[in-house]
Design a protein. Structure first.
Ligand code: PEP
Ligand code: MN
Length: 348
């Protein structure tokens, strides 16, 4: 932090600012320029810049380091790579997570898991505990849903990610999942984040619907500071004045987060757009912009889905998207599941 004093500042005002900063545990380096005194402030204490700005003789306070530390590239310059069995997240390979919004039945989970595996997904997604805007909407199958999802993932050699909504669910979900998802609505559920910091499974942390990138990285910091280093950030759209799409998918988060943080960043174009016909273009753009992976809703029969059917892709659409990503990823020096398990015709 740099404190710039006013031009006509008295010695006692400067001394008062320095004394306050020292009291807060900071080291202060004073430099006297031609017209102003500038204080360079470093150290382990925490200081609210606004409190300093209110002190007599202070012109402005400039923050030069980020409030998050463990999540920052300054702390860890090299990309974080998360390994789950043979799946490496955050490396050269673009990893695709796909599956239904919610687990609904054994047949649905198995049909969808088989389809996304064939197309090249590495991880199955699906919710068993659903954060629905309305209490009257389908809330998920709970533990039965977890069993279906684990069964589907195992049968098709996929890893599994599923959402945890509350700290009380961590234990039961942990029996089934490979990755915990923290949904957009829970990005600032600090009790949940702290508890997840004590687990040793990766966390997919979605960006809150009204969260700045700094707030999002501070939420990651909660998990990291608990000792869990495996956090995957996921941009899923933010709330803006635009109403045509469900959210506004902020792809600018990709290069910005890549600069600020070492953590892998995924993109969820399904919740970002809210319509299946707009998912593929944004998925392509996300990979082109450097996303480490995608999470996409796919359903074997999306028109009859119990949640988010309109934004869930048909398996044939997902197949085609994966084929397109196989062209885009190498163009920017990334790999992506090059060997589709079975080539099928593309439906338009
Ligand atoms: C989901 O992934 O189904 C979900 C509810 O996501 P989000 O938290 O991004 O809305
Ligand atoms: Mn959904």
């Amino acid at each position: 932090m740099v404190v710039v004093m006013k031009e006509r500042v008295s010695d006692s005002e400067v001394e008062a600012v320095i004394a306050h900063l020292v009291e807060m545990g900071m080291d202060v380096h004073r430099s006297t320029g031609a017209s102003r005194i500038v204080l360079g402030v470093v150290g382990g204490g925490t200081v609210d810049p606004r409190l300093i700005e209110l002190m007599a003789g202070v012109h402005e306070v400039l923050r030069i380091t980020q409030p998050y530390k463990l999540a920052s590239r300054t702390f860890k310059p090299d990309d974080t790579i998360i390994t789950i069995g043979d799946v490496r997240i955050g490396g050269d390979e673009v990893i695709v997570i796909a599956g239904p919004c919610s687990a609904e039945s054994e047949a649905q989970v198995h049909a969808t898991a088989a389809a996304v595996k064939r197309a090249g997904a590495k991880i199955l997604r699906g919710g068993a505990f659903k954060p629905r805007s309305s209490p009257y909407s389908f809330q998920g199958l709970g533990e039965e849903g977890l069993q279906l999802l684990r069964g589907g993932a195992n049968a098709h050699d996929l890893k599994l990610v599923t959402e945890v909504m509350d700290a009380s669910q961590i234990e039961v979900i942990g029996k089934y999942t490979d990755i915990y998802q923290v949904g957009a609505r829970n990005m600032q559920n600090f009790t949940l984040l702290r508890e997840l910091g004590h687990t040793r499974k990766p966390i997919l942390l979605k960006r809150g619907i009204a969260a700045t990138m700094e707030e999002w990285l501070l939420s990651a910091e909660y998990i990291l500071s608990g000792g869990n280093t495996d956090v995957i950030l996921c941009e899923r759209g933010i709330r803006t004045f635009e109403t045509f799409t469900r959210n506004t998918l902020d792809l600018s988060a990709i290069p910005i987060v890549k600069e600020l943080s070492h953590l892998p960043i995924f993109v969820d174009p399904s919740h970002g757009m809210g319509r299946r016909d707009k998912v593929a273009p944004m998925a392509r753009a996300a990979v082109a912009a450097g996303a480490d992976g995608l999470i996409i809703e796919v359903h074997n029969d999306p028109d009859h889905a119990l949640s988010d059917g309109a934004q869930s892709m048909f398996p044939s659409q997902f197949d085609r998207l994966m084929a397109e990503l196989r062209i885009i990823a190498p163009a920017i020096g990334r790999s992506i599941c090059l060997e589709p398990v079975a080539r099928r015709g593309w439906a338009r």
